[in-house]
Design a protein around this ligand. Structure first.
Ligand code: EPU
Length: 346
């Protein structure tokens, strides 16, 4: 285990924002995790993965950060499927690349997503018609109350759109995720129209895994959603807001505010609900792509990504987020909910 003091968290987040942590413990083995928690007993603990979905306030974190860096991937064939075990510190996209190469289907549409495996069940990471909940077989967590390793079956994980029982809970630390993937060099049916179009297949058809991976990364890059030092639009936490999910009366109320002749994009959601596009609502409320507010702004490629334009503070970023929330509420009566985890003191 590596111990460092007064550690800049800005350097450990894709936004490049936020104050310092009093102490950081880098955990590279399961045994170290128990030791790290014992060391941090009685203080606030922040579990850190790749820092790609994290907003740290300027006052930093007055406690111990535990950086999950436990490596290890094993693949075990099981009939026409395979069980893939990945520990929390594995880079998500390196895992996806490995699985695509191994001819295992089920996560290829989630290519190019930053962060580490341990964070994926937390917010039920998803993109282009796939989410990790579709293929997760088991999540192993450390229960901070008992110090024991517990096993969560998918039914106990509370997976829904960008959430799970683990999100916002201080009780469990994800240490390992097991996926069950299909042994096939052809992807799962492509459900996302934009991806199907880019691949030249009909929605519902499959495509070669490697081609899906390449195409998804291209699409993401075009939206500034691939972390790249040469792309200032990628200095973000990905989507800053969740896409709102509304019931029929709410949908009707919002549609009544859409000007005649304009079609609002809508997507079916479970239980007869409708998912709206937060990016569209933001643009229609007047916050066009490329909007700037001093050192922060909206990505020039995607209205849902808020960016640090260089030397910004988290206070500035959160002020822009609030301005957008107020604007969308005033225009459409919809409350946008931030998607990243926001921690620390002002
Ligand atoms: N749109 C706009 N303006 C924009 C962006 C989008 O009007 O600037 C509208 C368009 O109508 C577009 C629709 O929104 O067709 C959907 O846009 P997109 O395909 O880019 O997807 P998204 O809903 O904005 C979600 C996820 C992304 C994920 C993509 C692709 C959330 C909050 N975001 O974005 O995930 O990559 O779908 O599946 O669910 C993330 O969570 O950080 C993330 C990047």
């Amino acid at each position: 285990m590596f111990v460092t003091h007064d550690v800049s968290l800005a350097a450990r987040t894709t936004l490049g924002l936020g104050g310092s942590a009093r102490r950081l413990l880098r955990v590279e083995a399961l045994g170290d995790l128990q030791e790290a928690l014992a060391l941090a007993a009685g203080e606030p603990v922040l579990v850190l993965g790749g820092g790609s979905n994290l907003v740290v306030r300027d006052g930093g974190f007055a406690g111990t950060v535990i950086e999950m860096a436990i490596p290890g991937v094993t693949i075990t064939a099981d009939g026409d499927t395979a069980i893939v075990s990945a520990f929390a510190g594995v880079e998500w996209d390196a895992l996806v690349a490995q699985l695509v190469d191994a001819g295992l289907a089920g996560v290829e549409s989630m290519s190019g997503i930053p962060g580490r495996v341990g964070a994926t069940p937390m917010q039920n990471v998803g993109a282009y018609g796939q989410e990790v909940a579709d293929t997760i077989e088991l999540v192993r967590v450390l229960d901070r109350q008992t110090g024991e390793i517990e096993r969560f079956e998918p039914a106990d994980c509370g997976f829904a759109y960008r959430t799970s029982v683990f999100k916002g809970s201080a009780q469990w630390i994800v240490v390992e995720v097991r996926f069950r993937l299909r042994r096939s060099t052809l992807s799962a049916p492509i459900r996302y129209p934009e991806l199907a179009r880019a691949l030249g297949v009909a929605p519902g058809e499959g495509a070669p895994l490697a081609e899906v991976r390449r195409t998804v990364i291209e699409l993401r890059r075009g939206k500034g959603m691939v972390v790249d030092a040469d792309d200032p639009d990628s200095r973000s936490a990905g989507s800053f807001f969740m896409n709102p999910i509304v019931d029929a009366p709410m949908l009707a109320a919002i549609e009544a505010r859409v000007p005649a002749g304009v079609t609002m994009p809508t997507f079916p959601a479970p239980a007869g609900h409708t998912k709206l596009s937060a990016g569209w609502l933001i643009e229609r409320a007047g916050f066009v792509k490329g909007t700037t507010r001093g050192r922060v702004g909206i990505s020039s490629k995607h209205a849902l990504a808020l960016i640090n334009r260089g030397g910004a503070t988290t206070t500035e970023l959160l002020a822009l987020a609030r301005e957008i929330q107020d604007g969308v509420r005033a225009r459409f009566g919809v409350d946008l909910v931030p998607e990243p985890v926001i921690v620390g003191a002002d």
